[in-house]
Design a protein around this ligand. Sequence first.
Ligand code: RUB
Length: 307
Amino acid sequence: MANESVARIISDIKSLKIQGANDVAEAGLRCLSLTAKKSRSSNKADLIGELDMTARKVLSTRPTEPELKKVISSVMVQAEVAEIKSVERLKGFVERVCNEQLRKLNEIVRKVAETGAKEIVDGDVILTHCHSKNVVAALSEAKRQDRKFEVIVTETRPLYQGKITAKELLNQKIPVTYSIDSASGHLMKRATKVLVGCDAILQDGSVINKIGTLPIAIVAHRFGKPFIVAGESLKVTRDIPNIEQRNPKELINPGKLRGAKIVNPAFDITPAEYVTKIITEKGVFRPAEIEKLVAYKQQKSFIQSRY
Ligand code: RUB
């Protein structure tokens, strides 16, 4: 976009105009690319300093996102070790690295969608929560393959990301039932499975996703319905990310409830025992198999951590 600025992208991430781990990671890459493009730095050290400042600002917007951290780290490490003397050429190099990462992220989502679509069979009633690019891509792929199914979408208080999901599915003529988050127990009887995205996949196979995912997983478990998670392997992390706490004003004007402590956690952690399987671009994993994936990634050291 011609008039795109780093400040605007960061503000859109903070307000959740840009949301979902994959889109946030893409936005982070766009910030680094723009910083390089607009930089007036005349030497490598200054340019790296500018990029580092942007990286830190972006990372502080959403603290629960390993994918964002990894893609940003990857660009920073490549910029730092590049043996390019001309600062102008280094700026171009950073832009190219960011574009390449963006291309890879798209490719990864396409693979998750292909694998995810195989989980969807005729007659399915799939319950989903929040808005996940991976989930919508998997459902779209299943629809493209002419699978007949419907989707129950929870509104996802307090910022209603469920509306984005519902609209995207309706645009593709996928039948949608839309309801309040607290109806998920009631609606679970009709659901055949749950399919949600994730922000982080922990080493023990538990997953972090939008607040309200945990109760859905527990109900699914109680009713014997598969609880399936879709996400890029870039979300696998050994560290347990901090759960982002958002502004209480998203729930209520605190002045109207004086004396109450208002909490607004953005995510919750669903323990592995409630997770049936995790779909990634590297295949489908049982939660207990995630440890192996972590070990493999470490051995290959795909992405070096910088932050
Ligand atoms: C979004 C959310 C999504 C995951 C996965 O939360 O919880 O399920 O981020 O999304 P928020 P994707 O709206 O707070 O960002 O599959 O697009 O990476």
